[in-house]
Design a protein around this ligand. Structure first.
Ligand code: NAD
Length: 297
């Protein structure tokens, strides 16, 4: 049975590690927060006594950490995972981080002859729990082929997006489309309502016309229109506004770096900053309609 190390056992990491174990792997995890380690032990996982303990005998190590600074700290430097790794160890970073940090870690791994993939996910905690995540993967073909069975234990839709950092690039480009289109849907439905248009009628028309989009069809921000919408559950996420905010900021950082013009992406990031700074980060991202409508709560 292959042994897998797993670093970062938070909201996403723990259920992902659990699904690896269910898939027949021996999983040894670690988290800097003792309560996360305790929850992992209760879930039947083995826990290392220190971060680099996850390397011992591991064929692959998965990391699921908050941001680029954590990923750089964990992988790089004399005490990092890469410095302590045996040749042949495969590294898979599933965190959502900035493209530049991801490519920096890829380059450091390659310089040591170690295989590395960036593999951010979509699907949220529900998808992590159910093993139905989407993985957007960047890195060499042979590393992708080796990692595929691991991804299949944790997810359903697994796409190789190209070289190192391309998984992160795919994720932020996709989520920039989603953020911008959610704001567009929120604006159009708010305008329609002000003009005396029943939102259900607007949906009936637009959902089958040129204005249709995924955000409108699946996460419609107006309650009572689409069954799957968080709007019907008082905007409980779903996909939290704080997460959308993070991804839109990552998209802006990448756009600045690459010299790409993303004026609507910048506007979307600014609107989600206003919304999150007003204390709404825990609501679903579709609740941005409240900001558009000038709603009091
Ligand atoms: P989380 O904060 O619940 O978990 C992160 C874990 O990493 C924490 O338990 C933290 O203690 C641990 N950690 C931090 N530094 C560490 C270190 N040096 N060594 C070991 N552990 C360390 O966050 P999450 O919701 O699980 O998200 C993880 C990543 O997945 C983020 O990049 C996030 O953007 C991305 N993501 C989250 C969701 C979601 O719905 N929660 C969806 C898609 C992607």
């Amino acid at each position: 049975m292959a042994r897998i190390g797993f670093l970062g056992l938070g909201n996403m990491g723990l259920p992902m590690a659990r699904n690896l174990k269910k898939g027949g792997y021996e999983v040894v995890g670690f988290d800097v927060v003792p309560a996360a380690c305790k929850a992992a032990v209760e879930a039947g996982l083995d826990i290392a006594t220190e971060p680099r303990g996850v390397l011992e005998g591991a064929e692959a190590v998965v990391t699921m950490l908050p941001a680029g600074e954590h990923v750089r700290a964990v992988y790089l430097g004399d005490d990092g995972l890469l410095a302590g790794a045996a040749q042949g160890t495969l590294f898979i970073d599933c965190s959502t981080i900035d493209v530049a940090s991801s490519r920096e870690v890829h380059a450091a791994a390659a310089a040591q002859g170690l295989a590395m993939l960036d593999a951010p996910v979509s699907g949220g905690v529900g998808g992590a729990d159910a093993g139905t995540l989407t993985f957007m993967v960047g890195g060499p073909d042979d590393a992708f082929a080796r990692a595929k069975p691991l991804f299949e234990s944790m997810g359903r839709n697994i796409v190789h997006a190209g070289g190192g950092g391309n998984g992160q690039a795919a994720k932020i480009c996709n989520n920039m489309i989603l953020g911008i289109s959610m704001i567009a849907v929120a604006e159009a439905f708010s305008l329609g309502e002000r003009l005396g248009l029943d939102p259900k009628v607007l949906f009936q028309i637009s959902s089958k016309a040129s204005g249709s989009c995924w955000a409108m069809l699946n996460h419609n921000p107006v309650p009572g229109i689409v069954e799957t919408s968080a709007a019907n559950r008082n905007y409980q996420p779903g996909f939290a506004a704080a997460m959308m905010h993070k991804d839109l900021k990552l998209a802006q950082t990448a756009a600045n770096h690459a010299g790409a013009a993303t004026p609507l992406g910048a506007e979307a990031a600014a609107l989600y900053t206003l919304f999150v700074n007003a204390g709404n980060g825990g609501l679903d991202y579709s609740a941005i309609i409240k900001l558009i409508q000038g709603a009091k709560d």
